[in-house]
Design a protein around this ligand. Structure first.
Ligand SMILES: [Zn+2]
Length: 131
């Protein structure tokens, strides 16, 4: 198992420090030769564990927001899944931690319609202009 990149470990530690939690999840990171530019993330809440699989051509902006997506899962109780509350938190993290929010919005809303409501909530809560 590869060691996660420094930026990823730092980001995870920073989010947990900022929300005042010391139960930082274990982060697994694997580069897969057959992934190309793709990326997948998964979180096991009960085990407090996140795993990211990346290709050798996965753009950093994708790695960044996918890690934040998994951190949002880890921060919420297991069983929350892709609820509106989840999407609201995810987009708040994207804004707060410098993800390419419009890029994430385009992908997340393609993936799940409810992501758009979370984006709108996050914009309102943070005083950002939405779409
Ligand atoms: Zn998810």
């Amino acid at each position: 198992m590869a060691r996660p990149p420094m930026w990823a470990r730092d980001l995870l530690a920073q989010v947990y420090a900022d929300v005042g939690r010391d139960d930082v999840p274990t982060l697994g990171w694997q580069e897969r030769a057959n992934y190309g530019a793709r990326i997948t993330g998964r979180t096991w809440s009960e085990e407090n564990r996140i795993h990211i699989s990346v290709g050798n051509r996965t753009p950093r902006k994708d790695q960044h927001y996918i890690l934040l997506h998994e951190i949002a899962h880890a921060l919420l109780p297991s069983g929350e899944h892709h609820s509106e509350r989840f999407w609201t938190l995810a987009f708040m993290l994207y804004f707060r931690y410098g993800a390419d929010v419009q890029h994430a919005y385009a992908w997340e809303t393609k993936y799940r319609k409810a992501a758009g409501r979370g984006y709108g909530n996050a914009c309102r809560l943070l005083g950002k202009d939405g779409k």
